[in-house]
Ligand binder design. Sequence first.
Ligand SMILES: *Cc1c(COP(=O)(O)O)cnc(C)c1O
Length: 317
Amino acid sequence: MVSLEDIRAAEDRIRGMVRVTPIKSSASLSALAGGSVWLKGEHQQLTGAFKLRGASNAVARLGDVAGVTTASTGNHGRALAHAARARGLPAIICVSSLVPQNKLDAIAALGAEARVIGASQDAAFAEARRLQRDEGFALIPPFDHADVIAGQGTLGLEILDQIPDAAAIAVPLSGGGLLAGVAAAAKALNPGIRIIGLSMERGAAMATSLKAGHPVEVEEVETLADSLGGGIGQGNHLTFPMVRDLMDELILVTEAEIAAGIRHLALEDGETVEGAAAVGAGAVLAGKLRATGPMVLILSGGNIDPARHTAIVKGET
Ligand SMILES: *Cc1c(COP(=O)(O)O)cnc(C)c1O
C-alpha cells in the first residue's frame, strides 16, 4: 500500500515539474448541492490532466534505464512522454493501428515515439513488455504502480492545503490510481473525510470488480468519459484493494448526465473539461451528489476535441 510518507516524498520529488493548480468555488453547483462546492482545476495541469503527477514521480524514481514505455494513448501516454522529456529519457508509446492520427501526432509533438504495432491494445502491450524485457526500458503503467499512486496522491495533499476544512472529495474513477492516492493522503490527514468515487454507468470496470470481489473484465463501450474506460487488470494488486478499503461511496452517472456536467461547467463556471472530469458536476445536477460540508470536485482533465466540446455545449449531442 501507499503511505502518507510516500506521498509527501513524491510531492518533494515532483515540485517544479508539475503545476500547483487553482481551486475555485462554484456558486451554481453550491446552490444545487446544498453546501459549498469547490472545483479543483487539474484540467489546467501541464499536459491537461492530473496524470503528470504520477508519471513524473515514477520517472523521477527510475535508476539507469534505456527509456520509458507504456501502452496508453490517452492522458497517461501524454504525461509519460512529457515526464520522460523533462528527464532527457527516450519514450516509446506503443499503440495499436486503431489509434487515430491526431493522437499519434500529439505523442510525437511531446518528443516521444508513437510505435504502431498490431491491431489491438493487447499487441501494443506486448511490445511495451518486450521493450522492458529485451531493451532495458521501464514500463510505467497508468495506475497500478506504487510510484504512480503516490504521485496522484500529491493532489490530495494540495486539495487539503487549499481547503483545509474539506468534508468530501469527489474523484473520477477508472483504474483507481487517482482515487487510491487522493484517499490515502486525505484520510491520513483527516480520517473523517468522505471519498466519493464517480464512474460512468457504461463499462465501469472498477464498479463491476468491487461487486464481484475481484478484478473482472468488462466489455469496452463508447462513452463520453473516454478517459474512464478500460479494465483494471486481472493481476491488479494495488488500486483494487486500496479503492475497496478507502472509498466511502461510488456513484454511477449516465451519458446524458456527463454531457450536462460538461455543459454546466462551460456555461456557468467557464471551465472546458473532458467527459471524465464532468462526472462530479453531472452527479450534482442529477441530484445524486449532495454537499453536507465543503465538497471538492476534481476536474481531472481537459483533453477533449474542441468540436466535440462545442457540440455538447450547444446541446447537439
Ligand atoms: C486517467 C483519468 C481518470 C481516472 O484515473 P484512474 O487513476 O485511472 O482512476 C480520470 N480523469 C481523467 C481525465 C483521466 O485521464
